[in-house]
Ligand binder design. Structure first.
Ligand code: 13P
Length: 248
């Protein structure tokens, strides 16, 4: 019932020419039509990647955006700009943005609202640090992140929002959360959505896992009842690995 969604987050990798080569390689494999496939590429590559995926079922994603439509915000990119480029998804509140670029729960909430107002689908990232997990407060942290992110967001929007649970200690470290731990936290996030909105929204919302997902770990993760997909960094940068991920 929930369509699985596997998204590559290229982060700050690939020039335009490198992007086009990677997309060509990805297209040379059969796509899995049962899975929604998204490529979240650097801003500079959106236009060319959009042309290159034309005629395929691959969707285009951005990795961040500002919440205002325009204005004196040097270096920022607005939802209007993304919309005109043919972007479907936008990652909001990735832990790297929270950690290095002062992204807060408040800005995450503003960006989600702006994305929805412009018919962009947010992929909202939440997740705890290693210290928080070791202190056994990971669920408190994630609950707070989810509730603040969804502040003032209506239930009818839930179908267009994806959550990505990315424990920070698992990102780029080679340490994947066990599929049981990932499933447990994602079930917990689903419960929070259920409490806030109701049973229907709880069952509709798609929640991905992210953090060192590899071709060797994807199947076990995707077999879990609560996990609807993956947000993949490193392993999305090689066409062969990405092909294995989307054909788990
Ligand atoms: P890795 O897959 O490289 O650990 O990155 C995960 C991530 O941050 C995706 O957004």
């Amino acid at each position: 019932m929930r369509t699985p969604i596997i998204a590559g987050n290229w982060k700050m990798n690939n020039t335009i020419s490198q992007s086009l080569q990677l997309v060509e390689e990805i297209k040379s494999y059969d796509l899995n039509e049962r899975v929604e496939v998204v490529l979240c590429v650097p801003f500079t590559n959106l236009q060319e990647v959009k042309k290159s995926i034309e005629g395929t079922s691959i969707k285009l994603g951005a990795q961040n955006m500002h919440w205002e439509e325009s204005g004196a915000y040097t270096g920022e990119i607005s939802p209007l700009m993304l919309k005109e480029l043919g972007v479907t998804y936008v990652i909001i509140g990735h832990s790297e943005r929270r950690q290095y670029f002062n992204e807060t729960d408040e800005t995450v909430n503003k960006k989600i609202k702006a994305a929805l107002n412009h018919e962009l689908k947010p992929i909202v990232c939440v997740g705890e640090t290693l210290e928080e997990r070791e202190a056994n407060i990971e669920k408190d942290i994630v609950r707070k992140q989810v509730l603040k992110a969804f502040d003032d967001i209506e239930g009818k929007e839930i179908k267009d929002i994806v959550i990505a649970y990315e424990p920070i200690w698992a990102i780029g470290t080679g340490k994947t959360a066990s599929s049981e731990d990932a499933n447990d936290m994602i079930g917990f996030i689903r419960k929070i959505i259920g409490e806030k909105y109701g049973e229907e929204e709880k069952n509709i919302i798609r929640i991905q896992y992210g953090g060192s997902v590899k071709p060797s770990s994807i199947k076990e993760l995707m077999e879990k009842s609560e996990i609807d997909g993956a947000l993949v960094g490193g392993a999305s940068l090689k066409a062969e690995d990405f092909h294995k991920l989307i054909n788990y």
